[in-house]
Write a protein that binds this ligand. Structure first.
Ligand SMILES: NC(=O)c1ccc[n+]([C@@H]2O[C@H](COP(=O)([O-])OP(=O)(O)OC[C@H]3O[C@@H](n4cnc5c(N)ncnc54)[C@H](OP(=O)(O)O)[C@@H]3O)[C@@H](O)[C@H]2O)c1
Length: 302
């Protein structure tokens, strides 16, 4: 009986099984959807294959057998290459197929991808996510959907294993825009946390007191709960690599310039992250910004 129900389930292809994509795809698989996976470097898809997913040879191959195709990759260039590069998905798209991009990209590029995808007869939804790897593992991401709400209704059963909250934000571009707004907050919050921790240390305040006060006061946030321990232990194993935060900060700049919004605080914050990258911390978690602040503080106050 269960097998019968499963055979009516949509075939899903998940492309991009990196830090976020792997736990997201695992949750889809665990909910019984027939899953095909593709990752540019095959090794990162191996755990999913061991759990029962089919490994596609190319993005085209992944999209060919799927009703719903999901991408979760680094940036605009990666999405573009998967769609239109060699053996790209575009050749396999057509009527009856739904393409969902969950990567963080700009509203403008998302609208452009949607136009190209729709020319094939397929439909597209943008669905960037809020939450990091540990949240993805628990299937508790916040999913922001943009595009036709009827498409969201059709794919909700596939998004649900990955997300605790699913919001329909509005038309195409709006969900990508909302995602950038949230990352604007997060980048600033972590910059303030780094400065606050350094100030607190220099005031001689015990770190456990710092944590208890921050985590019970008006500034309490899961963003702080996840990143403060990284700063305190110096363990910057990436959950959200610095290079991807810088990518998002650049997308915020581009988007704000395009629609005419002045963001002086954002500019300061972006420079701080870029400077940290210049010290070679690109692959580490973006909380590593704390090391730059400590370094600068020491340099200026020897
Ligand atoms: N990490 C987080 O906390 C977090 C939270 C919310 C949203 N996001 C967003 O989620 C997306 C994925 O992030 P992640 O943390 O999973 O990053 P990641 O671990 O670095 O994974 C990036 C993925 O993109 C693929 N990729 C990169 N360039 C490509 C190209 N030109 N062609 C094909 N594939 C390409 C990589 O393939 P290879 O393995 O072959 O390099 C990998 O599968 C990003 O848009 C990020 O901004 C991340």
């Amino acid at each position: 009986m269960i097998m019968e129900e499963r055979s009516f389930r949509k075939n899903v292809a998940f492309i991009g099984t990196g830090l976020m994509g792997k736990p997201m795809a695992l949750n889809i698989l665990r909910h019984g959807f027939p899953l095909t996976v593709y990752n540019r470097s095959r090794k990162k898809a191996s755990e999913l294959v061991e759990q029962g997913a089919r490994l596609a040879e190319t993005p085209f191959d992944a999209a060919r057998t799927a009703d719903v195709i999901i991408t979760m990759v680094s940036n605009i260039e990666a999405v573009s290459s998967l769609l239109s590069g060699e053996h790209g998905m575009m050749g396999a798209l057509g009527k009856e197929k739904i393409y969902i991009n969950m990567s963080t990209i700009t509203p403008e590029s998302s609208r452009e991808f949607a136009r190209s995808v729709e020319e094939t007869g397929a439909r597209m939804l943008e669905a960037p996510v809020i939450g990091t790897t540990t949240v993805a593992e628990k299937g508790e991401l916040t999913i922001l959907a943009g595009g036709d709400p009827r498409i969201l209704d059709e794919v909700r059963e596939i998004l649900q294993p990955m997300g605790k909250f699913i919001f329909h934000v509005g038309d195409f571009g709006s969900a990508c825009g909302m995602k950038l707004v949230v990352n604007h907050f997060i980048a600033g919050m972590i910059a303030l946390l780094a400065e606050g921790l350094e100030l607190s240390d220099k005031l001689g305040i015990d770190r456990s007191v710092f944590s208890n006060v921050v985590n019970t006061s008006a500034v309490k946030s899961p963003v702080y709960e996840i990143r403060a321990p990284k700063m305190m232990t110096g363990d910057y194993a990436p959950q959200f690599p610095l290079k991807l935060m810088i990518k998002d900060l650049n997308y915020i700049t581009q988007t704000a310039e395009k629609i005419g919004v002045t963001m002086p605080v954002h500019s300061l914050v972006r420079n701080l992250y870029s400077l940290t990258a210049n010290y070679g911390h690109n692959e580490e978690d973006f909380a590593v910004i704390y090391e730059l602040l400590k370094h600068e503080s020491k340099r200026e106050n020897p």
